[in-house]
Structures are given as C-alpha cells and as structure tokens.
Design a protein around this ligand. Structure first.
Ligand SMILES: Cc1cc2nc3c(=O)[nH]c(=O)nc-3n(C[C@H](O)[C@H](O)[C@H](O)COP(=O)(O)OP(=O)(O)OC[C@H]3O[C@@H](n4cnc5c(N)ncnc54)[C@H](O)[C@@H]3O)c2cc1C
Length: 417
C-alpha cells in the first residue's frame, strides 16, 4: 500500500546510505528522522586513511551533488575518477551532504536505536498481513547519557550497516576459547598501524587473521612497518588452502587499486622474508593472555602455539538482527540478509561486486509492511556491497513506498562532468 507524503520515515544510521535515503525521501516531501548512534559517517571515520577502490563518480549521487551545490554555490566536487580516502569522502561529500538544509536538522547523533516494534502489535500477530501497517512503528532509542525514550514513525528503513558487529575469530566462526574475555583488546578493524597506534605494532609481533581486503590492507601496512624498523614481525594466518591467494584475485580487475592491493598482499604471503610468516589452512582454537602477551593455539597437524603481542582479526562482519527481532522479517539462513534480496544475490553468483546487477524493487520487500533494510546491512554477511548498489536500492525503494513505478529522481539530475 502506498505511503503518501507527508508520512514520517525513520532512517536508522547516518552512514552513506542512510544519508542518501534521507535525501531522496526529503526531495519527495516525506518527514524524516535520521538516528545515528555515533557521529555522521561513523564507520567511514574508522577507515578514513584507507583509499577507496571505486572512483568518486560511483560514490556519490546526482541528487547529493545537486543538494550540496544548491547549499553552497562554491562547492567543488572531486573529479569523477578521483580515488578518495575514506576521510576525503567524508569531508568532500558526505559531511557537506549532511550539512545541507534538507538533512541537517533531521539528524539525531549520539542516539542509538535499541529495538523496533509496532504499537499494539506483537511479532506473532497478523503474520505477513499487510494490515500490520496500520500500527505505528515504536522505536526504543538511547541517548549518549543513557536516557531512553520512544520514537514513532510510519516507515522504518534500517541502514545501520554491519561494521559495528565483527565476526568471531575462532574455528567454525564461533569464539575461540578465551576470545570473549579479550573482545575489547583484539583489533577487529583497521588499527592505525602507521599512525597513532604505531607503537603497539613497531618492534613487536602481530598475528593477523583473515583473507579479505581488510586483512590485505593491514598486511601491507604491517609490512611497511617491517621495512621501517628492525624487529617488527608478522604472522598472517588464514583458512585458505596452502598455495592459493590468500586474497582472491579477480581476472582483468577493472579496479586497479584493488588489483594492486591483491597482488601486493599475495606476494607478501608467499615471500621469503622471515619477519613475515604466512600460515594457510589453519584457524584459531584458543587465545589466552599471559604476562602481557597472547598465547594463541592454532589448528593443524601438528598444531602450534603462537606467542604474539597484538592480534588483528579481519574475519568479517554480521548484521545486528536484534534491532528488528519483534518484527516479521524473513532472513536468509546463510547470509542473514533479508531473504528475497539474499536469494537474488545468490542467483547472480558473481565473484566481482562490480558485476552485481540491480536487484529490483521486489527484492527489498519482506513480510513486515513498511520496514526495509538497505545498504551494507541488507547484504548481511555478504561483503560484496558497494555504495553504488545502495543508490540502486534507494531508487527502487521509493517506487515501492510511494507506489510510483519507474520513479527515478537520479535520472533527472545533472551528472558529474
Ligand atoms: C576499508 C573499507 C573500504 C571500503 N571501500 C569501498 C569502496 O571503495 N567503494 C564502495 O562502494 N564501498 C566501499 N566500502 C564499503 C562501504 O563501507 C560502504 O559502501 C558504505 O560505507 C556502506 O554504507 P552504509 O550506510 O550501508 O553502512 P555504514 O557506513 O556502516 O553506516 C551505518 C551507520 O549506522 C550507524 N549505526 C549502527 N548501528 C546503529 C544503531 N543501533 N543505532 C543508530 N545508528 C547505528 C553506524 O554508526 C553508521 O554510521 C569499504 C568498506 C571498508 C571497511
């Protein structure tokens, strides 16, 4: 059923996709509340030193550029082929976008969404019945000082991403023995190895776990530290079969930065420098801290206990499903993304995220009327999400919300020259 303006839309998370979703909604005349647990673009702040693979024209929308230019006629957009760092993406696009009059007054920062339900209805009431839409959404929010309050809305769009919730590093994806006690000390993201946190890694031994691009980025940074110091050591551990990758390379990769990182990281894994040791086909069984060092027992025949100073586990992220536990959301049992979208992505079965075709409005629907998952969270544990996919989702979603087939606000706007 169409939701007409001026209905109220709650957008959970002020990341890149939350901002773009809110902007589109504002252009159409909806009331929006954007609720952000930290600061605007919090996840991107965390990887602000990392250079993006995708050029700027894939990381902005025509609507976003138009809104910023209307606000600030002096605005100079980055060149369309520029490969920005996360920090540059923030300062040159995402923050100016958030500061436009269309969005600025609608963002509540330092406010965490704890749970979303419906007034008068429980999860088991009216299964998959469209009439559930007549009960408002009831959203439990927590402010920075711990105060709790309730927000309400007609539509909820969850764009809270996955970056807040790292996977466990143990064999089988469950916590290694002892990991839960050390959760706050293990690095699960991108520590500033060559920046503020250099002293934690220089002249010390680091265990790096994982075989994705984040692990590759950390491997290259750690190797730079090896070349700048005398006794920095790295042990890189993955479950990939010996003799492969460990980073999967994409034939004729159209993203040169990604191809270069892959080649560099794989060369390190198979290099001869004793200070950089690579162990494939293994995983972590247990981890314990004794006298300031980690003792890490790894699987294999024979197994081994590694003694290291720091542990970086780049083992992926997963969505926080607790937010919508009281709603009727059908999730994929493998990816934990919403079922229809997960099935569409599975059918596309492409190794390269650039090949991902638009999944269409229908893939965004789930049994709970007027509740949607967009952005990286909608891909669940599938790490192939690109910002450009999120823009396709935003466009498709508003054809559903307003029941306006073919609506495309992006098409009518000026594109980067
Ligand atoms: C190192 C790195 C490099 C990348 N490079 C590229 C690239 O080159 N090109 C590309 O397209 N993509 C890239 N990505 C993927 C990129 O993260 C996404 O394209 C984009 O950030 C996803 O945006 P999002 O809004 O879905 O999620 P996020 O950026 O994760 O935003 C989610 C927001 O929700 C907030 N939030 C979370 N939980 C709550 C809660 N309970 N209550 C309120 N707020 C909450 C978070 O604080 C955050 O601000 C990269 C990712 C990483 C980690």
């Amino acid at each position: 059923m169409a939701v007409d303006t001026p209905a109220r839309i709650a957008i959970l998370g002020a990341g890149p996709i939350g901002l773009e979703t809110a902007l589109y909604a504002r252009f159409l005349g909806y009331e929006v509340d954007i609720i952000e647990q930290g600061r605007i673009g919090a996840s991107v702040h965390d990887w602000s030193d990392v250079r993006m693979f995708s050029p700027f024209h894939m990381n902005c929308s025509s609507l976003g550029l138009a809104a910023i230019e209307a606000q600030d006629p002096e605005y100079q957009a980055p060149a369309k082929d520029a490969l920005l760092t996360g920090g540059e993406w923030l300062t040159r696009y995402l923050l100016p976008l958030a500061q436009t009059d269309l969005l600025n007054d609608h963002i509540q920062q330092q406010t965490t969404v704890v749970h979303v339900g419906r007034s008068q209805l429980r999860k088991r009431d009216l299964p998959a019945d469209d009439s559930r839409h007549s009960a408002d959404f009831r959203i439990l929010l927590q402010d920075a000082d711990g105060t709790e309050r309730i927000g309400t809305s007609d539509v909820v769009i969850d764009t809270t991403g996955v970056y807040s919730q790292a996977n466990w590093l143990g064999v089988g994806g469950i916590p290694a023995v002892g990991e839960r006690q050390l959760r706050d000390q293990i690095h699960y993201r991108l520590p500033a190895i060559l920046g503020d946190q250099r002293d934690r890694f220089a002249e010390r031994t680091t265990l790096l776990i994982g075989s994705g691009y984040t692990a590759a980025t950390n491997a290259v940074a750690l190797n730079n530290l090896i070349s700048e110091t005398t006794d920095t050591q790295v042990i890189w551990l993955t479950r990939k079969p010996a003799g492969t990758g460990p980073i999967r390379s994409i034939p004729d990769d159209r993203l040169p930065e990604r191809a270069a990182l892959t080649a560099q990281a794989n060369a390190l894994a198979h290099g001869s420098d004793e200070r950089f040791r690579y162990l494939g086909e293994t995983g972590v069984l247990s981890i314990e801290q004794r006298e300031g060092r980690y003792h890490v027992e790894i699987a294999g025949d024979p197994g081994e206990t590694l003694v290291v100073d720091e542990v970086i586990a780049n083992v992926g992220f997963r969505p926080d499903l607790s937010l919508f536990q009281e709603l009727q959301v059908h999730q994929c049992y493998a990816s934990e993304g919403p079922m229809k979208l997960a099935a569409t992505l599975l059918a596309q079965d492409s190794a390269d995220c650039l090949d991902q075709a638009a999944t269409g409005p229908d893939s965004l629907l789930n049994p709970e009327p007027n509740f949607y998952l967009l952005g990286s969270k909608s891909y669940g544990r599938n790490s192939n999400f690109l910002f450009a996919h999120g823009l396709q989702q935003v466009r498709d979603l508003f054809t559903v919300i307003g029941d306006r087939e073919g609506l495309d606000l992006y098409a009518g706007m000026k594109h980067l020259g």
